[in-house]
Design a protein around this ligand. Structure first.
Ligand code: PLP
Length: 372
């Protein structure tokens, strides 16, 4: 059957901004500046202000934002970095890229984010940082993570790639730790029309180090103080992002409203065979709306038969991916693995109409009948 509700339709998502994007692209073309420059600087100021951060540095993508942050904090071989067992693999790859050792910690059943009760037991004299991931758009328990980090003198590098504007713990995600890393990959709640990313921090020196490392390790032309990367944003993406940023509060509001409708539908099932991952006290920015089911194949088939496309974030934990299995595959991460086996993401693009949201809710409700 043809899908009535696609999991994600990026063309539709960006359609409202098409005229503004075209004007911005034309102005970038005629400016003659194609990397960095005033437009990128303006986005940095806009995003820092949106997050309440002192500094923002625009970079090439979210993975680079993490790598550059770790490098700016002088983390490398011999150092240990704590990461959650359930995340998009970029969080792990960043630690590998700087040559540090990954120390995985299992996640909390209530949120899918790092389980703060397990962090202290893995801290050693080599631990230099922890990377909490604000998975699916809800911040990890930042107040507790910061307390632990402070007590052990370790850095907090937030992976806020999925949580632009989340204020679950008061401040904007990314603004709690020493440095916050963002992806502006097209599917993100604040997404460009290509790859891009950024960091925020209150620490000017740290921001300056990221900027230098992202520019071949250079501030002065042809003087290379460090073995840096080339990871910079272009003005076309920056102008698109500044335009979209003005709509981010309404994007978040729409996603919250869709999430509330799905939550209401899920609560109507009795007994409940499909549950919301996030327990009821949480309401993030809903990068993904994730449900848990022990019957994933039949649930996804049922949704598809009703014309609803779903997705899995993520089908395998990083520790069991071919690139990590030899070194980490034996580590017990039971909750992470259980989530990978049972999560299903529902469509939650802010462009969805009331009829489409209803179609998803109806499909959820008929699922019980489908099982009996
Ligand atoms: C949690 C998380 N971290 C890091 C990244 C990496 O971002 P990018 O794809 O922009 O490199 C992503 C997104 O893809 C992500 O979801």
């Amino acid at each position: 059957m043809m899908s009535k509700v696609k999991f994600l339709d990026l063309k539709r998502l960006n359609a409202p901004y098409a005229a503004a994007f075209t004007e911005a692209a034309n102005s970038a073309i005629s400016s003659g500046v194609y990397i960095g420059g005033e437009t990128v600087r303006q986005f940095e100021l806009d995003f820092a202000s949106f997050c309440g951060a002192r500094e923002c540095v625009a970079v090439g993508n979210g993975l680079d934002a993490l790598i550059l942050s770790l490098r700016a904090l002088m983390i490398g071989p011999g150092d240990e970095v704590i990461v959650p067992g359930h995340t998009f693999i970029a969080t792990w790859l960043a630690v590998s890229q700087v040559g540090a050792t990954i120390v995985p910690v299992d996640v909390d059943q209530a949120t899918g984010n790092i389980d703060v009760r397990l962090i202290r037991s893995v801290i050693t004299s080599r631990t230099r940082a922890i990377i909490p991931v604000h998975l699916y758009g809800t911040s990890a328990d930042l107040p507790q993570i910061l307390e632990i980090a402070k007590a052990h003198n370790i850095y907090v590098v937030e992976d806020a790639a999925q949580a632009h504007g989340d204020t679950t713990f008061g401040q904007a995600a990314g603004n709690y730790g020493h440095i916050g890393c963002f992806s502006f990959y097209p599917s993100k709640n604040l997404g460009a029309l290509g790859d891009s990313g950024g960091i925020i921090t209150q620490d000017k020196r740290l921001a300056d180090r990221v900027r230098e490392l992202a520019n071949y390790g250079s501030i002065e032309k042809y003087v290379h103080n460090e073995k840096g990367l080339n990871s910079r944003m272009d003005p076309i993406q920056a102008s698109f992002l500044s335009i979209k940023l003005t709509y981010l509060p309404s994007i978040i509001k729409k996603r919250k409203a869709i999430a509330a409708s799905y939550t209401e539908a899920l609560l109507k099932q009795s007994p409940s065979r499909v549950k919301r991952l996030l327990q009821e006290q949480y309401d993030g920015v809903w990068h993904n709306f994730v449900v848990l089911t022990d019957h994933r194949v039949s649930f996804m088939e049922h949704m598809q038969s009703k014309g609803i496309e779903t997705a899995i974030h993520y089908p395998k934990v990083p520790s069991k991916q071919p690139c990590y299995a030899d070194d980490y595959g034996h580590i017990a991460l039971p909750v992470s693995e259980q989530l990978c086996a049972s999560v299903v993401s529902l469509p939650i693009g802010e462009y969805l109409g009331a009829d489409e949201v209803k179609a998803v809710c109806d499909a959820l409700l008929t699922y019980m009948g489908c099982h009996e």
